[in-house]
Write a protein that binds this ligand. Structure first.
Ligand code: HEC
Length: 300
């Protein structure tokens, strides 16, 4: 894990961490499937591990790998469509490329969001299939194969990978749906939320500990932040979240008053709905993108 992270030069940790986390949970979920404590004890289906392979091994012994989940680290040879390219073990020049023709493995990445670049070194994850449009349609139901006819003929009957992840040299997964650029009010909202989160955490602890100073300080911070949140939704013409923010502001204010007068039960009572407001508004108005960043739901 450490080597992966330090090797991820250029990738900000904000992006690299959710990726690693995503990979780990994806792998963990695969490996741990059927073993959840609360799940009924049905016999656990054996889970196939991901096998790291070289493209030339797959080309030499395709039958061994059909139906297997593999990872391949190799460089891009031919870019065939928006969602398809081929990879081979070495970065090669044109002459060498010709010689290696037939040594490349077709990669179909139904969810590819960003273009791959020629010769880029990638790690692809997915299942190996014997390439045939019908087989692909069975395995990737929502995918529309967009290969040109000559490419279909070239790779037919050869091993291909249906990729679920395509990781580039900066440890970014090119199958990720990335957020659109933030608008100024989204940036403002994001800054406010990043203040609200720790303030709310500290507030809960300080109410439990009947700490007047810390409670007051954080209640005031929340009161001010939610007043700004309210203004943002007002300017966007959204009454519902505007009202939730106004209620949150009032609850923060009630906590401030309660703390200064030593009414800790009243402070606890106001902290309940204040905490619930977070989830209510997030469920309705917040969207998480694949890189771990949050935005206002695009549908809102
Ligand atoms: C009225 C709606 C609303 C309320 C109430 C609200 N949030 Fe948010 N929050 C959002 C939206 C929308 C986003 C996504 C926008 C963004 O971050 O740019 C968000 C994002 C966040 C984020 C992610 C910030 C990031 O980018 O890492 C955190 C953390 C957060 N909220 C915490 C809280 C907490 C804690 C509370 C309650 C004390 C709360 N929010 C109450 C609407 C709300």
């Amino acid at each position: 894990m450490r080597t992966l992270m330090t090797a991820g030069r250029g990738a900000s940790t904000a992006i690299a961490l959710p990726l690693l986390f995503g990979l780990c949970t994806a792998l963990g979920a695969q490996q741990g499937r059927g073993r959840g404590a609360a799940e009924p004890q049905a016999p656990a289906a054996p889970v196939k591990p991901l096998v790291p392979v070289a493209t030339n091994t797959v080309v030499a012994h395709p039958e061994t790998y059909y139906g297997e989940r593999v990872t391949m680290t190799a460089s891009v040879q031919n870019i065939l469509s928006k969602s398809a390219f081929s990879v081979a073990q070495k970065t090669v020049g044109d002459a060498a490329k010709a010689k290696m023709s037939g040594q490349d493995v077709l990669v179909l990445a139904p969810k590819l969001q960003a273009a791959v670049t020629p010769n880029a070194y990638l790690t692809v994850f997915g299942e190996v299939v014997k390439f045939d449009p019908e087989e692909v349609a069975k395995k990737a139901k929502d995918y529309k194969l967009d290969l040109p006819a000559d490419a279909i003929e070239k790779y037919r009957g050869k091993p291909a990978l249906i990729a679920t992840a395509v990781i580039n040299e900066s440890f970014l997964d090119l199958t990720w749906r990335m957020p659109p650029p933030a608008t100024p009010d989204e940036e403002a909202l994001d800054r406010l939320m990043k203040k609200i989160q720790p303030a709310f955490g500290a507030l809960r602890g300080s109410i439990d500990g009947s700490n007047v100073d810390v409670t007051t300080q954080n209640a005031v911070a929340l009161k001010q932040a939610f007043a700004e949140v309210e203004a943002i939704w007002k300017s966007r013409g959204k009454t519902e979240p505007m009202q939730w923010a106004a209620d949150a502001r009032k609850n923060a204010e009630a906590i401030e008053t309660a703390a200064t007068t030593g009414k800790w039960e009243a402070a606890k009572t106001a902290a309940g709905p204040l905490g619930q407001a977070c989830g209510t508004c997030h469920t309705a108005y917040r969207e998480r993108f694949d890189d771990g960043s949050y935005r206002i739901k695009t549908s809102k």
